[in-house]
Each structure stands twice: as C-alpha cells, then as structure tokens.
Design a protein around this ligand. Structure first.
Ligand code: FAD
Ligand code: SF4
Length: 364
C-alpha cells in the first residue's frame, strides 16, 4: 500500500504573474492570492490576456447548427435577457460535463443523425461511470489527552492510500479504490456537525470523539456496464423545450463486493494501528452506498474504432470532424482517481491537436 500526502496544485514560486503560496493553509476555502490552481482563476484570465478569448456569461447553448451532414456550422444560444443569437465557428468543442454533453448530442438529432449527433456507434450516453464510497471512523484513545490544536485552516484529508489492487487484482471484483484519511479538529466541519450539546458535556465529547478520531473515506471505481447510462427523459423538458437527461444507475455485484472489501480493509487498518472502530457501515448493501454525483465520466468515450466509441484520441468525433469534446465524458476507463487532472491533460491535448489541424487547413 502506498501512502502519499494530498497534493493541492499550489504554486511554490512565482509563475506567469501569479504570486507563490504563503502557506496560510486555507486552500479549501478559496485562495486569496490565487496561488492555488482553479480553472476560473488561473488559465481563463491568462487566455483573456491574449485577446483571443471572448467569454459569453449567462448564456446557454440551446442548439447545434449543421452546415451539412458531417460539419458543424455553429451554435444557437440564449442570453440572460431571453434573446437568441448564433455563433458560427470552424470547430466546436462542447465541454458541458458528462451528463450534459451527452444530452446535447442526443437532443441534436436529425435525419442525418437519427440517434443523435455523432452517435452512429450508439455509444453517446453509454459507459457512464463515477465513484462511490463509504466511510469508516476509528478512535485512538491513546491521544485523548493531547493538547487541543487549532486545525482551522488545514485540510481535513491530509493523506491518501492510493490505488488498492491496481498491481494485484482482487479475485472477487474488478477495479481499484483509494482511501482518503482525515483527522484533526475543524470547528466548522466536525464539532458543530457531529457533536451534540453544549458546555462541559460538549467539551468532553470533543475530547472523546473529535480529538481522537480518524476517518477513512473510501472512493471506488463504479463498475461500467450496460445498466449505467444517460438518456433523454420522454416527459420532462428544460425551459427551452428540450428533453432533460435521465441518469440510470444500478449498483451491481462488483460494486457491492468492492465495498465489502473497503469496509473490512479500513476496519483492519484502524485495529492494527491500535484504534477501535467508532462507526462503520458494517455489512454492505446497495442502500448504504453513496455515489459521487460530481465525478461522472464516460458518456462519449474515446477509442480507435468508430463502431464502439464516439471520439478518437484527439477528442475529435468520428462522425463529425469539426466537432471535438473537451470534458470528462471522453474518459474510456476510470480507476479510483479523482478526475480533474486527467480531464485537464486530455483537454490540453485536444486543444493542441485542434490548433494543429486548423493550421494545416484540415477543418472546414
Ligand atoms: C463539490 C465538488 C467537489 C469536487 N472535488 C473534486 C476533487 O477534489 N478532485 C477532482 O479531481 N474532482 C473534483 N470534482 C469533480 C470535477 O469538478 C469534475 O469532474 C469536473 O469539473 C468535470 O469537468 P467537465 O469539464 O466535464 O464539466 P464542468 O466542470 O461541470 O463544466 C461544464 C461547464 O459547461 C457549462 N454548460 C453546461 N451546459 C451548457 C450549455 N448548454 N450552454 C453553455 N454552458 C453550458 C456549465 O455551466 C459548466 O461551466 C468535484 C466536483 C464538485 C461539484
Ligand atoms: S490558500 Fe494559502 S496555503 Fe492555500 S494556496 Fe493560497 S496561499 Fe497557499
């Protein structure tokens, strides 16, 4: 098992006009000096400075316009005041997130694309996956009388047990999981939420539970299968009249088997470290699993074969050459890792390949 400190993507020296981190420890509440990477505060301001980026805020893409069966002409969008306008383009890169990008392709069906845009493979909306998890909490009475520390400002999850079973697969299930290890006393996130009462009893509880606890937050790769997908709701529509998406999710035997191992392993780690298990899901059932609905990927998957995938390795749709997908929906597989860095790496590569193709005159 490998244990690593959690990485936070903060600059340790001045980069492109951004000041470096001064280690105040408040990253999770937002960085006052923008030393911590975020899309909104790091690449977008840099791109705006080039003069090549225009941001249309409070605008929603409502339709994709076609020049002919194989080429995008642009988009139609609705502005905050309700007005409708259009933008024409040489290439379009939707990056609306895994559920919404699939919906956009599915609602833009036509006689040339009867199953939805770029969906001759039938894979748009399929292969949906995310992460699911459970939490086990242990108490370590030997540190009960330690001095109270002010942990406001540090992140709760300090360390990570990475990729269990990546090197030696478990015979009972496919896939990997990780364990985020949290501890410390964070007035806002722990005491108020988990400890009842006030006065002396409240302080006692803080010592008994909060100071001595460690949480094992487990995150596993949800098994990809035909039972997990996005399609269009035949009844419910958005304010522009287009069908809303439906997310179909079923926990399967693989997910339950992985979850059982998660719980048993975390309990074993706590006991081996001299602690006692304070709270645990115990025997796992589908009802106890928690899906991470922020981590959806996979609905326009990448692949070499146009019959079994939606985009190629450049993020370019097999069916529509000037349509690229720039978000997490193109992931062809999904281990237990958080998605953002892979998402950024893939969209970076797509941007480079798109620029090369435009320079070479390959796109309309
Ligand atoms: C609370 C929370 C915590 C998270 N924590 C982590 C973490 O610690 N680590 C990690 O790796 N990941 C984390 N994630 C997941 C990560 O943020 C997502 O995986 C990632 O943002 C997905 O990127 P995306 O480009 O696919 O979609 P998004 O980032 O969702 O971007 C889609 C954009 O498209 C816009 N859009 C959608 N439809 C339209 C339309 N029709 N017209 C115009 N615009 C449209 C949306 O407004 C949005 O701005 C977290 C997510 C959340 C919500
Ligand atoms: S919030 Fe503080 S610790 Fe975090 S990146 Fe910004 S300066 Fe550094």
């Amino acid at each position: 098992m490998e244990f690593v400190g959690q990485r936070k993507a903060m600059a340790t020296e001045p980069v492109r006009g951004y000041v470096p981190c001064h280690y105040c420890g408040h990253c999770m509440a937002g960085c006052e000096v923008d030393a911590k990477y975020t899309s909104a505060n790091t690449p977008i301001p840099l791109a705006l400075k080039t003069g090549n980026l225009t941001v249309f805020t409070e605008s929603t893409m409502t339709r994709i316009l076609m020049k002919d069966a194989q080429h995008i002409q642009g988009i139609e969008y609705t502005k905050a005041d309700g007005g409708v306008d259009a933008i024409h383009c040489r290439a379009l890169v939707p990056a609306c997130s895994a559920v919404e990008t699939a919906r956009q392709l599915l609602i833009n069906r036509s006689s040339d694309h009867p199953n939805g845009l770029a969906n001759s493979s039938g894979q748009v909306g399929r292969n949906l996956t995310s992460h699911f998890g459970l939490t086990v909490i242990g108490l370590f009475p030997q540190i009960r009388n330690r001095d109270y520390s002010n942990d406001d400002g540090t992140d709760y999850y300090h360390g990570l047990l990475t990729g269990l079973y990546w090197d030696k697969p478990n015979p009972n299930f496919e896939g990997t999981y990780q364990v985020q290890c949290g501890s410390g006393v964070h007035p806002l996130s722990l005491a108020v939420r988990n400890v009842p009462g006030f006065g002396a009893q409240f302080k006692q509880q803080l010592r008994d539970v909060n100071i001595t606890h460690a949480a094992m937050g487990m995150q596993g790769s949800l098994f990809q299968s035909p039972k997990k997908f996005v399609d269009l709701d035949p009844e419910r529509h958005d304010r522009y009249g287009a069908p809303l998406p439906r997310v179909h999710l079923h926990y399967e035997a693989n997910d339950i088997a992985m979850a059982q191992d998660m719980v048993a392993t975390s309990e074993e780690i706590i006991r081996a470290a001299g602690g006692t298990v304070y709270s645990s899901p115990g025997t796992v059932s589908a009802a106890k699993l928690v899906i991470d609905s922020n981590h959806w990927v996979g609905t326009t998957r990448m692949g070499r074969d146009a019959k079994t995938s939606v985009v190629n390795r450049d993020g370019q749709c097999h069916d529509v050459p000037n349509l690229f997908i720039g978000d997490a929906s193109i992931f062809p597989a999904y281990p237990e890792k958080n998605p953002t860095l892979t998402n950024i790496a893939l969209s970076w590569r797509t941007a480079e390949r798109l620029a090369e193709k435009l320079r070479a005159g390959e796109l309309a």
